[in-house]
Ligand binder design. Structure first.
Ligand SMILES: [Zn+2]
Length: 300
């Protein structure tokens, strides 16, 4: 009987020990396995929340961006309507108009040039190239009421004039950047070197082909009848006399002036040119659908 008691106590003790060990181990499993999962769930839901916030911010910024594009596009449509009315009423002061055109920008001088134009409420035309700041300036040109024209993305003669395909790849690249940042697809083009350039002669007849193709694709191109010669290294006095001298001499109804907003001397000559041309009775205009298309003789 005594032996039986001892056996029962022993079995109970073993059972209790086993139970304690099991509970202890289960607890360990819970701490190691369950708890980290909870931590993971918590972290994950925080990330999800952050992601949601971020998405909302992106959406908000994107809406602002689209709104900006829509506003710019609206301005342009309004301006086109206005240009049509002005043209139909033939409400041109004196009929003598100067179109200042700035190629190769934007550049570090563009802001100052824009400020000078603003000071006299002069609208101009910018034939742009690809640069890091193009997005920013493309919007600025349009907001200020200037015309945004396409020059060339790379401006590499050897590349763009090597084939029709290469020319339009370059032009489309530029056009897409402008359209993506402003919502505006420009149809005004200036050939690097002008349509009369001979630098493209390594590819016979390319200018004849391109000038026709541009019109087939809905573009218009504009050369110039006054060269400020700023690209040829003229200083600000020479630039001034090249432009004002030509205006005095020619007395044309439409003067398209070639300039570059990449030249400091151009920036320095600009104010004097504007003041004198206004005093001579000229009106400044920016290229639009009704601008007389000044074309050079095509040499290639
Ligand atoms: Zn150029």
């Amino acid at each position: 009987m005594k032996n039986k008691h001892i056996t029962i106590i022993l079995i109970l003790t073993i059972f209790l020990i086993t139970l304690t060990i099991t509970i202890f181990n289960l607890n360990k499993i819970y701490i190691n396995k369950i708890k980290p999962i909870n931590i993971k769930i918590n972290t994950y839901s925080k990330l999800k929340e952050k992601n949601k916030e971020l998405n909302e911010k992106i959406l908000k910024e994107n809406n602002k961006y689209n709104e900006n594009k829509k506003t710019l596009a609206k301005y342009l449509i309004e301006r086109e309507k206005l240009e049509k009315i002005i043209y139909e009423k033939n409400d041109k002061a004196d009929g003598k108009i100067i179109y200042l055109t700035f190629d190769d920008g934007p550049s570090i001088y563009t802001d100052e040039i824009l400020n000078i134009l603003d000071k006299y409420d002069v609208k101009a035309t910018f034939f742009v190239t690809c640069s890091d700041n193009l997005d920013y300036y493309a919007k600025k040109y349009i907001e200020k009421g200037h015309t945004l024209g396409l020059h060339s993305c790379t401006h590499k003669y050897g590349q763009i004039y090597s084939s029709e395909e290469n020319y339009f790849n370059d032009l489309n690249m530029l056009s897409n950047i402008v359209e993506n940042s402003t919502g505006y697809k420009s149809k005004y083009v200036r050939f690097p070197g002008g349509s009369s350039n001979t630098v493209s002669r390594f590819n016979r007849g390319i200018m004849t082909t391109l000038s026709k193709k541009l019109y087939e694709y809905g573009y218009k191109y504009y050369d110039w009848n006054i060269d400020s010669n700023d690209a040829g290294g003229a200083d600000s006095n020479q630039i001034y006399s090249n432009v004002i001298g030509a205006l005095e001499y020619s007395n044309r109804d439409t003067s398209i002036v070639l300039m570059h907003d990449t030249k400091v001397e151009t920036k320095n000559a600009l104010e004097k040119i504007i003041i004198d041309a206004l005093n001579m009775g000229y009106t400044f205009g920016n290229i639009n659908d009704y601008t007389k298309e000044i074309h050079h003789y095509i040499n290639n």
